[in-house]
Ligand binder design. Structure first.
Ligand code: E4P
Length: 227
């Protein structure tokens, strides 16, 4: 499963990119507004890191506006995926952009029928928001199962991008279902790395190692360990 960060913070993205576990980035208007910076500057900076998939969202709600913004965003960098909301206008714009070979991430998807439509108009990604469904008492993961079943049955190439992930169990469940991508906040991705038994085990190994004589001292912090 590909792991994406759901953020517009370049420093967070740079950190996970350096660790080497990042496959892409999703942004949305709310995340971008938190940064207080020019939208295009943020997107170009993320792309310049080498991140191969960067989703940038349109804010127009009519077809012409979505197409205009979609063309503008796609022209910024070859790694851009244009994020378009799941509305009738969004479906129409997605069909047109897909014909032009511009990759679309259909966002704000909350039902399997909406996901079916996204695949039919040629979206590259479909983004079901599981956390927001959980928040209102509906099982978000059930939606991922349904979309996966439908896409398998018809062999749709649209990739399932599990969005609105809130915790590591969401990532685990999505991976078990076979979702293509999970996008998550920095704090959730950090938790994927950590386990208390890893920390305890490492501390014990290092303590025991203090008693071992060595020929040359090659251990100790390197130039990168101050990060
Ligand atoms: C996905 O692309 C969205 O940006 C995101 O996952 C929404 O998550 P939220 O429900 O935590 O805002």
């Amino acid at each position: 499963m590909k792991l994406f960060l759901d953020t517009a913070s370049v420093s967070e993205i740079r950190r996970m990119w350096e660790v080497g576990i990042l496959d892409g980035v999703t942004t949305n208007p709310s995340l971008v507004s938190k940064e207080g910076r020019v939208f295009e500057d943020i997107i170009e900076e993320i792309c310049a890191l080498g991140v191969p998939s960067v989703s940038a969202e349109v804010v127009a709600t009519d077809v012409d506006g979505m197409l205009r913004e979609g063309h503008h965003l796609a022209a910024l960098h070859p790694s851009i995926y244009v994020k378009i909301p799941m509305t009738a206008a969004g479906l129409q714009a997605t069909k047109q952009l897909s014909r032009e070979k511009i990759r679309v991430n259909m966002t704000l998807v909350f039902s399997a029928n909406q996901a079916l439509l996204a695949a039919k108009v040629g979206a590259a990604y479909v983004s079901p928001f599981i956390g927001r469904l959980d928040d209102q008492g509906q099982d978000g993961m059930e939606l991922i199962r349904d979309i996966h079943t439908i896409y398998q049955a018809y062999k749709y190439p649209t990739e399932i991008l599990v969005a609105s992930i809130r915790h590591p169990i969401h990532v685990l469940e999505a991976a078990k279902i076979g979702a293509d991508i999970g996008t998550m906040p920095f704090a959730v991705m950090e938790k994927l790395v950590q386990h208390p038994l890893t920390d305890i085990g490492l501390a014990r190994f290092l303590k025991d190692w203090e008693k071992v004589p060595v020929r040359a001292k090659v251990t100790g912090p390197g130039p990168q360990s101050t990060r």
